[in-house]
Design a protein around this ligand. Sequence first.
Ligand SMILES: NC(=O)C1=CN([C@@H]2O[C@H](COP(=O)(O)OP(=O)(O)OC[C@H]3O[C@@H](n4cnc5c(N)ncnc54)[C@H](OP(=O)(O)O)[C@@H]3O)[C@@H](O)[C@H]2O)C=CC1
Ligand SMILES: CC(C)(CO)C(=O)C(=O)O
Length: 352
Amino acid sequence: MTRYIIIGAGAVGASLAAQFELSGVDYALVGRGAQIRHIIDHGLTYQRPAGTRQIGLKAFDTAEPPPLKKDDILLLTVKSQDAAEALAFWAWHPVDGSGVLTASRLPLVTFQNGLATEAIALRTFANVYGASILTPARFTETGKVVVGGDPQVAVVTIGRYPHGSDAVAERLAADLGRSDYIAETTDDIRRWKAAKLLHNVRNVLELFDGAEEARTAFGVALVEEAKAVLTAAGYSLASPSERAVSIANWRVAENSGIRPGQQSTWQSFTRGASSEVDYLNGEIVFLGRLHGIAAPYNEAAQQIAGLAARKRGLPALLPFDSLRSLAENPLASSPYPTSIDTERTPDRNIRR
Ligand SMILES: NC(=O)C1=CN([C@@H]2O[C@H](COP(=O)(O)OP(=O)(O)OC[C@H]3O[C@@H](n4cnc5c(N)ncnc54)[C@H](OP(=O)(O)O)[C@@H]3O)[C@@H](O)[C@H]2O)C=CC1
Ligand SMILES: CC(C)(CO)C(=O)C(=O)O
């Protein structure tokens, strides 16, 4: 019987575990730090539009991972910047105590935003699948995850990487469907991930203050730049009309505990965790450099977020004017103060 090994117990991973637990799909949730300790000891506080419940989960600390079995499928739900470390940890585990190694045997599904993780995974794992997930999920308090998707938790598109679809993708889509997700498969997951990145390049704006109108205009510039770069890099972007499933009735529920302005990047900064911006705006900068397209708006956002991330926390929103002047005058030295305390204080901002 298939068992899903969920790696990373945050917004996406812990909610997957909770939904599998509720629907009877077999899984093991493997996490680290205070979050997994709390889940092991007390269960997960899981807030959905219909109410909040305390759910006991099959949870493991990375320090004591469950032994892997031959029918396991790995679901990678860490942030992109943590993917290489997590993959290196899992790749060379023996399966079933045999001489067969995880990376050559077990399928691995990458749930990350951005375009980088699948290629990193393919270096070690022979069977890589990408999953593009649309879910309003929040992890800002230890032991608690809020998901406002209604009536289903999320919309997930799955495909084999770099292309194709097969029985593993279909299996995961079916199990997600049983677990209250809208799920579909695709032959070209790269197009879906690229299309989603157009949304995620704007995540960074939630770290900045400033007038709504000016921030919206900056968001448009980020997206236009991303479109130009992705096109130059050979991506044709998937369009919502290509969906095989209807998401017309899917929404973020009102009063679900999910508020605008608190997407995944904001959550990491708020928790004092590390930043994914180098894989979102940074992916556009990287592809722009490879294909000779300037991306000053994404580059300015990446630079200022990068400096701020070293502080590990977001005591106050960042000055939008600095962002705009750096984007409009990229050769000027960074207008954002560089005398930043770089001491690492993980989980500093978590409310307990
Ligand atoms: N949150 C959302 O609403 C959405 C997120 N996404 C994407 O999904 C991906 C996951 O995001 P999200 O769930 O928000 O991330 P979170 O930061 O909420 O959760 C990731 C968890 O993985 C843990 N972790 C990191 N490295 C390891 C490791 N080696 N082994 C075990 N656990 C590890 C982190 O611990 P620590 O805190 O110690 O770093 C953290 O608890 C991202 O690419 C994100 O962009 C996509 C759609 C929506
Ligand atoms: C789906 C969405 C937009 C949810 O907020 C996301 O991808 C994120 O938070 O990064």
